[in-house]
Write a protein that binds this ligand. Sequence first.
Ligand code: DGL
Length: 262
Amino acid sequence: MSSPPKILVFDSGLGGLTVLREIVRTRPDAHYVYVADDAFFPYGHHGEDQIIARVVPLVGELLARHVPALVVIACNTASTLVMSHLRNAYSVPFVGTVPAIKPACASSKTKRVSVLGTKGTVKREYTRRLINDFAQGCEVTLVGSAELASLAEAALSGNDVRDEDIAAELVPCFVGSGEDRTDTVVLACTHYPLLLDRMTKLAPWPVDWIDPAPAIARRVSELLASPGRESNEAGAEIIFTSKRPHALSRALMPFFGGRVPA
Ligand code: DGL
């Protein structure tokens, strides 16, 4: 039997697990290496040059150590900046995560869409270009959140996170009234789906939340060779760049399709 393909999934922290979860569902046969660059978290608080200078050599080291068949940058704050640098520097296939503005604008009925991301992501030239190219007549509101990624990390790590703190970050997404109010919110940071149940409860009115993870998983599957007939589930590892111990392993199992990450 041929050895399972190795997929490296990279984020600033635990948010990329929401992308990993979908990829694992699509490709349970692969071996996963999840890397959280928590020593540099949150990326949303760093400047563009700092992020490029951090991520490009770090990914190079990870490629040399793990030799994956494919790398997923499961972070909007990084992907909106570094994808061309990574593709120029390394020959492995890369899949990025960028704000799902095109499908959100295509499906909005009221033509009012909000993009909720880190302060870095909403400032990016890349994000502005997506709006120019794909708004399709929608009014797009960019909402940069300073705290939501950290709140999501805290919640997943078992700490109390207050409803008012989540609600305060969400409120600017809800614009207009009646027939002209926001009906679609793009989750433009991979951490936010970790809080989706609470965000849905705290939202001033119901909206469609657009999470790009299933589309990313489909793209990964297209790029990998099809699984062999005898393929089984392969292993999984999690690496924190801060070198903190894996105290969270059991809580993280559902994201790895039930495997305990080494
Ligand atoms: N998960 C990351 C994203 O998708 C960023 C969170 C952060 O490090 O600020 O944008």
